[in-house]
Design a protein around this ligand. Structure first.
Ligand SMILES: Nc1ccn([C@@H]2O[C@H](COP(=O)(O)O)[C@@H](O)[C@H]2O)c(=O)n1
Ligand SMILES: C[C@@]1(CO)OP(=O)(O)OP(=O)(O)OC[C@H]1O
Length: 159
């Protein structure tokens, strides 16, 4: 079996008047993430990690942020397409480990739902999707609640 690892990182700005989509679900919050798509920063980090593992460039290369077809798109669609892209090289997702940096909202209670939704989107076992959350102790842009960042590490495999 051939295995490869990949890493992804993304940031989106928090603004008024936008819904907060994170890990494929909509959360109740007074601010939402700004982007061309639904700005689901966690999914974007996972997409970049998968593409990186397969050495297939990055999310903006495949889904440009000036293309009308991706305006306000549900990032779960981009994740499903990314899984299809790595499959063209024969790879499937092994496991994912991701961290979201957000001062608020508290994500703890929502993580099992995110795991289920993302596992379903990628057609993998929920056991293979780890999601963690941390504050940055009120430091930096995440600590000031100006944005949310996410990191993802993935393993992909083929026979
Ligand atoms: N947005 C967040 C941030 C953190 N958590 C949970 O709280 C724990 C402690 O966070 P620290 O940043 O103080 O280390 C963390 O391990 C998460 O379980 C959260 O749910 N949502
Ligand atoms: C997802 C895409 C495409 O809609 O747009 P954004 O939501 O702005 O996200 P980003 O992480 O900046 O880059 C990838 C984009 O091309």
């Amino acid at each position: 079996m051939k295995i490869r690892v990949g890493f992804g990182f993304d940031v989106h700005r928090l603004v008024k008047g936008r819904d907060l989509w994170l890990g494929g679900i909509k959360l109740e919050h007074e601010l939402g993430l700004l982007g061309h798509s639904d700005a689901d920063v966690l999914i974007h980090a996972i997409c970049d990690a998968l593409l990186g593992a397969a050495n297939m460039r990055d999310i903006g290369y495949h889904f440009p942020d000036n293309a009308g077809e991706f305006k306000n798109i549900d990032s779960k669609i981009l994740l499903a397409k990314t899984v299809e892209l790595i499959a063209t090289k024969g790879y499937r997702v092994g496991n994912i480990d991701a961290t979201v940096c957000a001062e608020r909202p508290k994500l703890k209670a929502h993580i099992p739902t995110m795991q289920e939704v993302l596992a379903k989107t990628m057609n993998i076992d929920v056991e293979d999707v780890s999601i963690k959350a941390t504050t940055t102790e009120k430091l930096g842009f995440t600590g000031r609640e100006e944005g949310i960042s996410a990191y993802a590490t993935v393993l992909i495999e083929k026979d």
